[in-house]
Write a protein that binds this ligand. Sequence first.
Ligand SMILES: Nc1ncnc2c1ncn2[C@@H]1O[C@H](COP(=O)(O)OP(=O)(O)O)[C@@H](O)[C@H]1O
Ligand SMILES: Cc1ncc(C[n+]2csc(CCOP(=O)(O)OP(=O)(O)O)c2C)c(N)n1
Ligand SMILES: [Mg+2]
Ligand SMILES: [Mg+2]
Ligand SMILES: [Mg+2]
Length: 304
Amino acid sequence: MGTIGELGEFGLIGRLTRRLPPGPAVRLGPGDDAAVVAAPDGSVVATTDLLVEGRHFRRDWSGPYDIGRKAAAQNLADVVAMGARPTALLIGFAAPAGTAAEWAERLYDGFADECAAAGASVAGGDVVSAPLITLAVTALGDLGGAAPLTRSGARPGDLVAVRGRLGFASAGLALLTEGRDAPEELIAAHRRPEPPYGAGDEARAHGATALLDVSDGLVQDLGHIAAASGVRIEIDSAAVPVPEALGPDGLRHALTGGEDHAFAGTFPGAVPPSWSRIGVVTAGSGVRVDGREPPSGAWDHFAR
Ligand SMILES: Nc1ncnc2c1ncn2[C@@H]1O[C@H](COP(=O)(O)OP(=O)(O)O)[C@@H](O)[C@H]1O
Ligand SMILES: Cc1ncc(C[n+]2csc(CCOP(=O)(O)OP(=O)(O)O)c2C)c(N)n1
Ligand SMILES: [Mg+2]
Ligand SMILES: [Mg+2]
Ligand SMILES: [Mg+2]
C-alpha cells in the first residue's frame, strides 16, 4: 500500500479523512483553515497546527520567545482565515527533561504576547516529556453569528488580493540555511511571522468570497481555493508585492515561500484598502502565473 511519504502531505490527509464519518455537530469539517463546530448558542471555530523542533524551528536559529509567538501566530492566523475572531489557545507542550525552565517560561511569554496581539488568551494545555520539543497548538474562534469565509466561494470574475508579507520568512530561512550574513528583517520574519490579524474583518467587510492564510506558499495555497471553489486563479506576477529586500530570488520566494501567514482572498468587487490586487478568478482549474504553469517549490511535509 506504500508509505505516507509516497502519498505526500495532502494525499495523506485525503486518505485519512476519507475514513471519518460526518459528525452531527461538525458544520464544516476537514478541508479548510479551521473547522466550524456547533455550540449551544452559535458555533466555535477550531483549528490545530503542530510544530516540531528541527522541522518548524531550530533552537540555534530561534529563541523561545519567538518560537512561542510563531506557534501562536500560525494557529491564530487559521482562525482569522475563516473570518473569525480568535478567542483562545490550548497548548500541548512536549520537551526533554533537560530543557531549561527559563526556556519554557520565555516560550510562554511568546504565546501570551501573540495571543494578546490577536485579542485571544491561553485557556489551557498539557505537558509531557519527549525527545524533541513539540508544540501542539489548538486555536478557537468566534464568528459572531456570521457565516465562515471558506476556501470554496470564489467565482469567475472575482479579484484575487493579498494582505501581509509574502516571501520574507522563506528568504530568511534560505539565508539561515546557507549560513550567510543576512538582513535582520528577513531573519526576524523567519523567526516570528506578523500576520495582519485585522485582515479577516477587512475581508468580510468587502464581501470576500474566499479567504485563507498563506502558510505553505502563495501558489500552492491559492490552489486550495481553486480546487475547493472549482475555478482557476490567474496571477499577474508584476502585481505581486516583491520588495527589494527579498533579494534576487524575491519573486520566487513571494510565489512559493510559506510561513509569513499573509491572507489571500477573492472579492466580487473592489479589494479592501491596504490589500494588493494580484490576479483574477476565471473558469477552469488550477493556478496560473502570467498564463503559465507556476513555479514549484512550496512546502510539503513528506516531500522533503
Ligand atoms: N491528521 C489530520 N486529521 C484530520 N484532518 C486533518 C489532518 N491533517 C490536516 N487535516 C485537515 O486538512 C485541512 C488542511 O490542513 P492544513 O494544510 O494543515 O491547513 P492549514 O495549512 O490551513 O493549517 C484542514 O482542514 C485540516 O483540519
Ligand atoms: C528548521 C526549519 N526548516 C524548515 C522550515 C520551513 N517550513 C517548515 S513548516 C513550513 C510550512 C508551514 O508549516 P505547516 O506545518 O505545513 O503549517 P500549515 O500549512 O499546516 O499551517 C515551512 C515553510 C522551518 N520553518 N524551519
Ligand atoms: Mg491555513
Ligand atoms: Mg495545518
Ligand atoms: Mg495553518
